[in-house]
Write a new protein. Structure first.
Length: 800
């Protein structure tokens, strides 16, 4: 009798909690249906209103201004003490003031937090659909495994970590479903500025979303950070840790051990629940640290992604065995692909089912081993502190007086956002990062030059990223133990204060100030590296300079007055991330600009409207031809074509400037028939290869206004780009060249350096009355390479 009353009560209670389909009208994962973020949020609000096992929390706003919510799911008792458990997590994470016995006791008592999210790549649609069902099940399911998870853990469920993108993609699909364009590619970026690069901003934190996630992660210090992606190596159904080599040497080994345990546990769980096809250790390595779902490893949160198979959007697809790679058609079991997938239908519901299983496997494992995992997180922090007490580098010193001091301040602020402790030293006047701190491995990872190991496998992403090199910031590693006097002279700081660098061309921030002065109708003149301002109220000028951490300096020459260029930034329908990064940097540095599309370029008369047209990195064919007609709604098909190329030639002939980034240079060389050649064009990948590394170039003529403020030997991000030879009939200037006598490599992996030695990296080609500026590298790569921004910033003042 008692039992049936309880049963009735439970049924009554759960009957009030709405299922996803009762609110959305669809079960998440249904064919041809995608919930938007707004739909998901609407559902989670109802879920939270009807269950005391789930609490919503606003973490911030998105780039496009949406209210961004996440859910904490556990027992009501645990949720009532959420702040307490967050506090314990943070204390254990830094391993300070807690001894071994206390750490073990806290690990025993606490309810740790596990982060699971609905992914940031919005076209990988199952990510954010599966979290809706997962949220419902975690809050309502009465099966023993769900109960154990609720009792032992607090799940931090980010039903989307790209709310803007989820809306953009779901709305795009809704408008095309049932038409010939149902599976056509998205013609815009699914993060306002950076699209698919939104997971590669993990240490730089340029985007609002990266900052929101990082801030929240520092607050909850989860044990596990699990991000869902979709694009498994075919025919695998889900790609799991252990990942491919190489991996960073600066993570605590505990993180990697747990990654392997988690990955194989997921595979075992999926096999056991009738979901074959788990695969490990192919294609994706974790050498590049910048993935948002990798960075928390350096804070000793076990962080990883998985890649579930994807067709396109919510459209199902039938796979036959003859589509499989030859080597995998015989269904042979392999050590790390032991339950081969046999083909057949693959639907969104399948992807959601695999993800749900994978998320549950992680929670099951953490519910069992939470005590060990919690202690390990503490232990990793303690080990890191102890390691750098004994081993170099003992500190990094960043002088406050340097070539571009405001950019050095930006670097310091990035570290602070990551939870890195920074000190101010009085003598020398410098910022000091002591390495005996819990997350010091991250600092080493970002500051040291990368040495890529000799491996057969080609790197998946870039191989060198050393931030002081990229940003043109002077930083010194202290390799001998620090003296007590040095330590005594340090004061911990939480913000950069009192910096006022000379207002001249050396600082990128000076050009931001110039743009603000021009916008305020002031007059600006350039003479070499000097900048003179007139016709502006002194208090206005002072406030602009202070805002940019600059101070006025006396100038010797009057110089040549400059004005704000009328700038066009080419935006294609190929959803070009490099365009987005450029747009973001223009906004950050207050450069006025207009986006121009194919039709605007084809329309011609460009010189009437613009002084500068910037072509972001793209393959020549993409610029010319764009999307093939028939593959996308008509207004997004095609490129600028012959007509657009004509218009660009006319624009430069009449005195305009075209700036071409990286492979867009090849478009300019072809279409303008420039007397320049790509010296790397004929080389095979076994002769020359670079998927992204840092190379030194030399400025040929420091007096050239296009080189103003650049250091004499700037470091550039070279990524699958060209290098230039000029032909005898060349008219113009080689701005920068790779050194002739030695390899230009500073950080990362470069195969066949002799092929690039002595070649031109940046050229200003004279064409008609105008200029074509070719930059054979990534001058603003992912908003990181501040040290080479001036290569295009300066060109913005060329046409006057
Ligand atoms: Zn992805």
């Amino acid at each position: 009798m008692k039992i049936s009353v309880l049963l009735l009560l439970t049924l009554a209670a759960s009957a009030e909690v709405p299922t996803p389909e009762s609110v959305l009208g669809h079960k998440p994962g249904d064919d041809f249906y995608l919930a938007t973020y707004d739909d998901a949020l609407g559902y989670f609000r109802k879920l939270a209103a009807s269950s005391n096992r789930i609490k919503l929390a606003q973490v911030g706003k998105t780039t496009q201004g949406r209210d961004w919510y996440i859910a904490f799911i556990s027992t009501p008792e645990n949720l009532a003490k959420l702040d307490h458990y967050k506090d314990v997590s943070r204390r254990l994470a830094v391993a300070r003031g807690i001894n071994e016995a206390q750490a073990r006791q806290l690990a025993h008592e606490t309810k740790p937090i596990i982060h699971i999210d609905g992914g940031l790549h919005a076209t990988e649609v199952a990510n954010a659909q599966h979290t809706i069902q997962l949220g419902y099940d975690l809050a309502t399911n009465e099966a023993p495994d769900y109960k154990t998870i609720r009792e032992n853990l607090i799940t931090e469920l980010w039903f989307s970590i790209n709310p803007d993108g989820q809306n953009i993609v779901a709305n795009w699909y809704r408008q095309n479903v049932g038409t010939p364009y149902e599976v056509s590619p998205l013609p815009v970026l699914y993060q306002e500025y950076v699209g698919h690069d939104n997971n590669r901003d993990g240490y730089m934190l340029n985007m609002i979303e990266s900052r929101v996630v990082t801030k929240a992660t520092l607050e909850t210090q989860p044990l596990v950070f699990y991000t869902h992606h979709q694009t498994a190596p075919f025919p695998g159904r889900i790609y799991l840790p252990p990942f491919a080599d190489p991996i960073s040497g600066n993570m605590h080994p505990n993180m990697l051990r747990w990654l392997s345990v988690i990955g194989t546990s997921i595979a075992q769980y999926l096999d056991q629940h009738g979901m074959p096809g788990s695969m490990h250790q192919e294609s994706f390595d974790v050498w590049y640290p910048g993935y948002l779902d990798n960075m928390p490893n350096f804070r000793h949160t076990i962080s990883f992604f998985t890649e579930t198979a994807l067709y396109r959007y919510a459209t199902p697809h039938f796979y036959t065995i003859d589509e499989f790679p030859q080597t995998r058609q015989d269904m042979r079991a392999e050590m790390l692909y032991s339950s081969p997938w046999h083909g057949g239908w693959w639907r969104l519901a399948d992807a959601c089912r695999y993800m749900h299983g994978a998320s549950m496997a992680v929670l099951d494992l953490a519910a069992k081993y939470h005590e060990e995992m919690t202690y390990n997180k503490y232990r990793a922090a303690r080990d890191t502190i102890e390691h750098f007490e004994k081993e170099p580098p003992f500190a990094y010193v960043i002088p406050r007086e340097q070539h571009d001091a405001p950019t050095a301040a930006v670097l310091i602020e990035k570290l602070m956002l990551q939870g890195i402790e920074v000190n101010q030293s009085a003598k020398p006047d410098a910022w000091v990062i002591l390495m005996n701190q819990p997350f010091a491995g991250m600092v080493k990872e970002l500051f040291e030059p990368q040495k890529y190991p000799e491996l057969k496998q080609r790197p998946y992403d870039v191989t060198g990223w050393t931030l002081p090199y990229q940003m043109g910031v002077e930083a010194h590693a202290m390799t001998t133990p620090l003296t007590p006097e040095f330590r005594r002279g340090l004061e911990p700081i939480t913000s950069v204060r009192g910096l006022a660098a000379p207002f001249n061309h050396n600082a990128n921030a000076s050009l931001r100030a110039v743009n603000q002065i021009l916008a305020a109708k002031g007059t600006v003149a350039f003479a070499g590296d000097e900048i003179a301002v007139s016709n502006l109220d002194k208090s206005k000028l002072d406030s602009i300079l202070a805002e940019n951490r600059l101070r006025a300096v006396a100038t010797k020459e009057t110089g040549k007055s400059v004005k704000a260029a009328r700038t066009a930034l080419y935006r294609s329908w190929s959803a070009n991330m490099d365009e987005g990064w450029t747009r973001w940097i223009f906004e950050q540095f207050a450069f006025p600009f207009t986006n121009v599309y194919n039709a605007d370029i084809i329309g011609g008369h460009l010189r009437d409207r613009y002084d500068v047209i910037l072509l972001p990195d793209a393959q020549p064919r993409t610029i010319l031809e764009g999307h093939r007609p028939g593959t996308i709604p008509e207004r997004y098909a095609g490129g600028i074509g012959e007509q657009g190329s004509d218009a660009l030639r006319e624009f430069v002939s009449e005195g305009g400037t075209v700036i071409a980034f990286n492979n867009a240079s090849l478009f300019a060389i072809d279409q303008f028939k420039l007397p320049v050649e790509n010296s790397l064009a004929a080389l095979r990948p076994d002769q020359f290869f670079c998927s992204g590394c840092l190379l030194k170039v030399h400025i040929e003529d420091a007096k050239n206004p296009l080189a103003a403020g650049l250091s004499l030997d700037p470091i550039v991000m070279f990524e699958r780009g060209p290098a230039f030879d000029t032909k005898p009939e060349f008219k113009g200037v080689v701005l920068a060249r790779y050194p002739k006598e030695r390899s230009p490599l500073q950080s990362g992996y470069l195969l066949g350096p002799d092929h690039i030695q002595g070649k031109a990296a940046a050229v200003d080609v004279a064409y008609g009355k105008g200029h074509v500026i070719l930059l054979g590298f990534r001058p603003q790569w992912r908003g990181q390479s501040h040290g080479s921004y001036k290569f295009f910033f300066n060109a913005m003042y060329l046409t006057q």
